[in-house]
Design a protein around this ligand. Structure first.
Ligand SMILES: *[C@@H]1O[C@H](CO)[C@@H](O)[C@H](O)[C@H]1NC(C)=O
Ligand SMILES: *[C@@H]1O[C@H](CO)[C@@H](O)[C@H](O)[C@H]1NC(C)=O
Ligand SMILES: *[C@@H]1O[C@H](CO)[C@@H](O)[C@H](O)[C@H]1NC(C)=O
Length: 297
C-alpha cells in the first residue's frame, strides 16, 4: 500500500468509527450504533450520572432520533460511570420546569410507545428519578453483585413523583409501599422477585447476556416487534399523563416544605453530590437527617 492510500484508508476507518458513535449535544448520553438495528445509549456524566438539564436535553434528542430512524429495533441504556447507572435527580441544581415537568413524562411516554424495545442494563446504583426512568423502560436487567435500586425520595422528605404511578403497576401495592416508604437499597435478586426488574444476572456473564438478548431482538422482523409491543402496551397499561401529574404535583409541594429546605444544605455539606463514599451509602446517610431539625450544616 502506497503512502497516500494508507492515509486515506486510515481516514476512512476514522470516519466510520465516528459514524458509529456519536455524542448527543451535551455528551451526557453517548449513542453507539452497534448495528443499524441495535443501539446503545451510554450514560456518561461522571462521577454520579445525576439526572440534570444536560440529561434531559440529550434524552429528548435521543427520543427524536429513535422516532425518526426506520431501522432501530432495540436500544440498551447502560452506564460507563463506575458504581452508578443514574444516581438520582440533581436536587441541588434543579433543572428548569420547561425541561423537567410535562415534557419529561411526555417524552418518557413517547419512548414507551415507539416500535422498538428499550433495555435498562444496570450494573450500579440507581435511585430516585433514575430508578423511575429505569422502571419506565421496557425491560430491565440488573447485575446480581452491583445493581442497587432505591426509591429514595421519602428519605429526603420528598414524595416519589413518577414512582407513585410506576411502582404499584410493577410491584403491586404492598411491595410498592415497602419500597417507597422504606426508601432503602434493594439488591437485584430482591428486585427481580418483586417484579421491579426482569431478572438478576451474575456480573461476570451480565454483558454477554444483555448483548445476546439485544442481538436476538435486532434480528427479528420490525413490523412483528411493533405490533407485539403495541398489543402488550395496550393490555399491560402504562401510567397516564394524569396519573403522572398527580405524583409530580405532590412532589412539587414536598419540595417547598421548610423541613426539606433546612435539611438539604446540611446533607450537601455532609457530602451529597461531592463524596462518592457518601453517595454510595446514601440510604444509610439519610438516617442522620431525620426528624424536624435543626440540622447541622
Ligand atoms: C419532548 O421534548 C420536546 C423537546 O424538549 C418537546 O418539545 C416535546 O413537546 C416533548 N414531547 C412530549 C410528547 O411531551
Ligand atoms: C466522605 O464521606 C464519608 C462517609 O460519610 C466520610 O467518612 C469521609 O470523611 C468523607 N470524605 C471527605 C473527603 O469528606
Ligand atoms: C454508611 O453509613 C452508616 C451510617 O452513617 C455508617 O454506620 C456506615 O459505616 C457507613 N458505611 C460505609 C461503607 O461508609
Amino acid at each position: 500500500m502506497k503512502y497516500p492510500s494508507l492515509i486515506s484508508f486510515i481516514l476512512a476507518i476514522a470516519a466510520s468509527a465516528l459514524a458509529a458513535c456519536q455524542a448527543t449535544s451535551t455528551g451526557f448520553i453517548r449513542v453507539t450504533k452497534v448495528t443499524p438495528s441495535y443501539w446503545r445509549a451510554t450514560l456518561s456524566s461522571p462521577p454520579f450520572n445525576l439526572l440534570n438539564s444536560n440529561f434531559y436535553l440529550d434524552f429528548y434528542a435521543l427520543v427524536d432520533q429513535l422516532e425518526n430512524d426506520q431501522e432501530v429495533k432495540v436500544v440498551v441504556f447502560d452506564s460507563d460511570v463506575p458504581d452508578f447507572w443514574i444516581s438520582r435527580i440533581d436536587i441541588a441544581n434543579p433543572a428548569p420546569a420547561e425541561l423537567s415537568s410535562e415534557v419529561w413524562w411526555g417524552n418518557v411516554t413517547r419512548l414507551s410507545n415507539l416500535p422498538l424495545i428499550t433495555v435498562a442494563s444496570i450494573r450500579g446504583i440507581t435511585r430516585g428519578a433514575g430508578v423511575e426512568l429505569a422502571s419506565a423502560l421496557d425491560v430491565r436487567f440488573g447485575s446480581r453483585e452491583k445493581a442497587v435500586f432505591n426509591q429514595i425520595e421519602v428519605g429526603f422528605g420528598l414524595t416519589p413523583s413518577s414512582g407513585m404511578a410506576l411502582l404499584p403497576m410493577l410491584l403491586g401495592r404492598s411491595r410498592a409501599l415497602e419500597v417507597a416508604i422504606g426508601a432503602d437499597d434493594v439488591d437485584a435478586d430482591t428486585a427481580a422477585v418483586y417484579g421491579w426488574i426482569n431478572r438478576a444476572i451474575p456480573d461476570d456473564s451480565f454483558e454477554s447476556f444483555v448483548d445476546t438478548f439485544a442481538r436476538r431482538v435486532a434480528g427479528w422482523d420490525h413490523d412483528v416487534i411493533a405490533v407485539t409491543k403495541k398489543l402488550i402496551n395496550k393490555n399491560a397499561g402504562f401510567p397516564t399523563m394524569e396519573q403522572w401529574r398527580e405524583g409530580y404535583e405532590a412532589g412539587q409541594v414536598s419540595l417547598t416544605k421548610p423541613v426539606l429546605q433546612s435539611r438539604l444544605p446540611a446533607v450537601i455539606k455532609a457530602g451529597l453530590g461531592s463524596n462518592i463514599t457518601f453517595e454510595k451509602n446514601l440510604s444509610q446517610e439519610t438516617l442522620k437527617f431525620t426528624g424536624d431539625g435543626p440540622f447541622q450544616a
